[in-house]
Design a protein around this ligand. Sequence first.
Ligand SMILES: Nc1ncnc2c1ncn2[C@@H]1O[C@H](COP(=O)(O)OP(=O)(O)OP(=O)(O)O)[C@@H](O)[C@H]1O
Length: 261
Amino acid sequence: MHGVRRLYEQADLSTLVALDDIELTIEPGTFVSIIGPSGCGKSTLLRLVSGQERPDAGTITVCGLTPREAAEAKAFGFVPQSPALLPWLSVLGNVTLPHKVNRQRPRDKYDRGRPDLEAMLREVGLGESLHKLPAELSGGMKQRTAIVRAFGLRPDVLLLDEPFGALDEFTREALQEQLLELWEQTRATVVFVTHSISEAVRLSDKVVVMAPRPGRITDVIDIDLPRPRHQEIITSPEFHAYELTLRESLRDAFSHSEVVR
Ligand SMILES: Nc1ncnc2c1ncn2[C@@H]1O[C@H](COP(=O)(O)OP(=O)(O)OP(=O)(O)O)[C@@H](O)[C@H]1O
């Protein structure tokens, strides 16, 4: 992303600078988290990257394509905060549906062999629940289903907008572990929005810190911890040091935010 700016007109006809002068390069196959106060433009950034919205200035390139071209080429997977599962389909039905739809597209990359979706569901602990309907699942189980559905499509870029925000701490930690295992198998490029400092440190190669009004990047922190990162890592001194660094950076992001209209 180069010099990216996004403006929104507000109800009182003033202009809100949702994103200003965003410079960001994400290396293919890396895991990047975005963290910052509410309203700093995290979701807006995801919408621009995925081509759902266009920037008012600047350029965005995804795997050498414009975001719209990348979306056309089905480069993206998306996991929202609350998983949008079809209520009349089972866990397995929800995960396999996109593949059935994509069978209509002969030149589609998904025709080059389908991943073993049942095995992926078993891997994240849904082996007993393959035929359950979404209404019969806990929040964590729904989110596991949504994550397998997204990874199963083998996206080049997986965008996750605070997917674990509504979950309790222990479920969250279990899902972080499963997300990392799936990611290490597929090595998609991941952009992960979170409000959690420890989650950002545990998961990421790089954490992008943002501040609001105007929405902007205030810091980029490389997390140089060994992988695989199992649960025990969160008690290590190195992990705590990164948490402290990120906390300080976020404190700055909050204190420097200003109202610009
Ligand atoms: N369609 C829109 N029209 C007008 N304003 C918008 C629109 N979408 C977002 N905004 C504003 O742009 C700013 C950035 O919003 P965005 O949702 O990207 O922030 P965020 O960092 O994802 O917030 P949160 O952490 O609360 O989800 C906010 O002030 C929001 O009110």
